[in-house]
Design a protein around this ligand. Structure first.
Ligand code: PEP
Ligand code: MG
Length: 325
């Protein structure tokens, strides 16, 4: 709807009582940017880089990656762009890598685990990202962090790359922010520890739900368990937000839940700072937030967090008069 688009694109998202949140878009490649700009988000909350690697049967070079990241940053014209390092494995295979088939690929060799094993591949990407950071507002994010060692190792390798670039006289953003995805239950459970060493969090509900509820996100037979209203997942989200805020760190969400209208008031009430979603959801989410009161949402979230089952939560939320429902 043209009128709504004009009203809600490129505007701040702010509740009736003045609470501001960021509304960002998820991107899977450079070809998504045009569509994203049409909806005028505050930035990109998740740029998935794996498709860049999956496109061909050889790995993208530093130069090829640098050009892609630089173009994305320039097109976003100073708005923040969170680029996630390679998250391959699980459901996404990489022709160039020839990864052995695994019995439990979602519990196996993927994402940051692969990158910390194949430091050559990781460094190529980090160097490209660092070089691109000179051309816009880039933040880097590591996927699938499970413990503090992984975060420390990944940051050490990033520092190595910075030192290399300095020696080579190549410029990059010295204050580049480095965040992590919270998408493994262990990371949510130690989010107080991780918040001390990460600049920001982004909650990946797609995987956080899969791992918390022990339900394969691709398996239709058990999809009834894959439930946005599950109290265990909502508790982990709340815990993560509180732990980030104790360390004054920003916490966003880039899983599908972030664009799911019925839960927006609850997530807002829990204190989430940023929602990153499919660009086509941006206008309806902005419109909803403009009609909400943060103080009401806090009470709503408190009530939800006391409840015992997903049915109870679902019924409660649908009984409340919130526009859009
Ligand atoms: C997630 O797990 O919620 C997420 C955003 O990452 P992906 O869907 O790419 O695994
Ligand atoms: Mg994920």
């Amino acid at each position: 709807n043209k009128r709504l688009l004009l009203r809600y694109r490129d505007v701040e998202s702010i509740t009736l009582d003045g609470k501001k949140v960021e509304i960002n878009a998820n991107a899977g490649g450079i070809e998504d940017i045009e569509q994203i700009l049409k909806f005028g988000p505050d930035g990109i909350g998740l740029y998935r880089t794996e498709f860049l690697y999956m496109a061909e049967d050889k790995l993208p070079t530093e130069e090829e990656q640098f050009r892609v990241y630089k173009t994305v940053l320039e097109k976003m014209d100073g708005k923040p762009v969170i680029i996630r390092t390679l998250d391959i494995g699980g459901d996404k295979n990489l022709p160039a890598l020839n990864i052995e088939a695994e019995v439990n690929p979602f519990l196996g060799y993927r994402a940051i685990r692969l990158c910390l094993d194949r430091i050559d591949i990781f460094k190529t990407q980090l160097r490209a990202l660092l070089r691109a950071s000179a051309y816009g507002n880039l933040k880097v994010m590591f996927p699938m962090i499970t413990n503090i060692h992984e975060l420390r190792k990944a940051k050490d390798i990033l520092e190595e790359c910075k030192a290399e670039l300095k020696n080579e006289g190549l410029k990059f953003d010295e204050n580049l922010e480095v965040g992590i995805m919270i998408e493994v239950p262990s990371a949510a459970l130690i989010s107080d520890i991780l918040a001390k060493e990460a600049d920001f969090f982004s909650i990946g509900t797609n995987d956080l739900m899969q791992y918390t509820l022990a339900v394969d996100r691709m398996n239709q037979k058990v999809s009834y368990l894959y439930d946005f209203f599950d109290p265990a997942v909502l508790r982990l989200i709340k815990m993560t937000i509180d732990n980030a805020h104790k360390m004054r760190k920003h916490v966003g969400m880039c899983g599908e839940m972030a664009g799911y209208l019925p839960l927006i008031p609850v997530l807002l009430g829990m204190g989430l700072d940023e929602f990153s979603m499919n660009p086509s959801s941006i206008i309806s989410v902005r419109r909803l937030i403009a009609d909400l009161k943060y103080e009401d949402c806090k009470l709503l979230a408190d009530n939800v967090l006391q409840m015992t089952s997903s049915d109870e939560i679902k019924n409660y939320i649908s009984s409340i008069e919130i526009p859009v429902f």
